[in-house]
Design a protein around this ligand. Structure first.
Ligand SMILES: C[S@@+](CC[C@H](N)C(=O)[O-])C[C@H]1O[C@@H](n2cnc3c(N)ncnc32)[C@H](O)[C@@H]1O
Length: 308
């Protein structure tokens, strides 16, 4: 049996993340379809136009959860000095900078993201690194075979055309190059999604067709493994990972949800409706409060593979 690993944030002492991520598992068979209410509607539209300078700054502060599970993901890339690495969907670039430091001497991490506010912040915070505005589906700015490693951390579940994104990843990786990527688990909704579904139901604001601004292209472990194999990647390893976040309260919940979704979270509600949902969420969170804060579980699938 694999012991759960524990990762402590050096940015927020109160945020202890528990990781249960057995390494070495191959793609498991799909389980039953998860609870529909918290899943959102596949294909519902997420806009890349709702981000703001302020949301980018908030993400840079509260996105340490993604940073921390990114460190776990990157164990599978097996980075070494001299490697050229592409961070696809780099956000504000904290993980890119961490990777860049790990591939010295001689290596380089490059970041690409469609949100100009986040790319600007990344460039300002990490001068000397190469950050560009662009999308996973269009890596034309990079030559074929130009990277030893490539990763998407908390990005794939936002992408409509994942097939195209993976084709591009394959193209820019050199033969033998490695890819690591993750998605919120389609089969196991985060506690935050279940809690939101309850809050919306209590306020009679459920709309079956609405996505509510969560990542609507989540994959199961099986689907993630199949996606990589369908593109020709080999040595595909998939693992299911659960994390427990400790939150201080409703403000942190909302800051994280809104900035992680670049402004899409509850974007279809009026401000009056949002206020009601906020009050409901606060009450539901407070019911879960213990001496260490409010514990919420997130469930993800992680995968790594190699271009032969
Ligand atoms: C939750 S953030 C994760 C940011 C960063 N990877 C991290 O670990 O902090 C999700 C990111 O996915 C990016 N994204 C959304 N759609 C994308 C696409 N089609 N191609 C590349 N990135 C995309 C967003 O712009 C956003 O920065």
């Amino acid at each position: 049996m694999v012991e759960p690993r524990r990762v402590r944030s050096d940015k927020c002492a109160a945020a202890l993340i528990q990781v249960d991520c057995p390494a070495g598992a191959t793609a498991p068979r799909a389980r039953t379809e998860a609870r529909a209410a918290a899943q959102g509607a596949p294909g519902a539209s997420i806009s890349l136009e709702r981000d703001t300078e302020q949301l980018a700054a908030v993400y840079d502060r509260v996105g340490f959860r993604q940073f921390e599970h990114g460190e776990v993901l990157l164990q599978d890339l097996v980075l070494k000095p001299g490697d050229k690495v592409l961070d696809v969907g780099c956000g504000t670039g904290q993980l890119t900078a961490w990777v860049h430091a790990r591939v010295q001497p001689g290596g380089r991490a490059t970041g690409i993201d469609p949100l100009p506010h986040r790319v600007r912040l990344a460039t300002r915070n990490h001068p000397g690194l190469d950050f560009r505005v662009g999308r996973a589906e269009h890596l034309e700015g990079f030559a074929e075979g130009s990277f030893d490693g490539l990763y998407l951390n908390s990005v794939l579940h936002w992408i409509v055309n994942q097939d195209r994104a993976l084709s591009e990843a394959w193209r820019v990786l050199r033969p033998g190059g490695r890819i690591a990527l993750n998605s919120a688990d389609r089969e196991r909704p985060h506690d935050s999604a279940l809690l939101l579904a309850t809050a919306l139901a209590k306020e009679h604001l459920e709309r079956p067709s609405a996505n509510r601004g969560g990542p609507s292209h989540r994959l199961s472990a099986k689907a993630l493994g199949q996606l990589l194999e369908s593109k020709g990647f080999v040595d595909v390893v998939v693992r299911r990972c659960s994390f427990v976040d400790q939150l201080a309260g409703v403000d942190e919940f909302i800051d994280w949800s809104l900035s992680s979704s670049f402004g899409n979270w509850l974007a279809d509600l009026t401000s009056e409706e949002t206020g009601r949902v906020r009050t409901r969420i606060e009450a539901l969170l407070e019911e879960r409060r213990s001496g260490t804060g409010i514990a919420l579980a997130r469930h993800m699938v992680f995968a790594s593979a190699r271009r032969p």
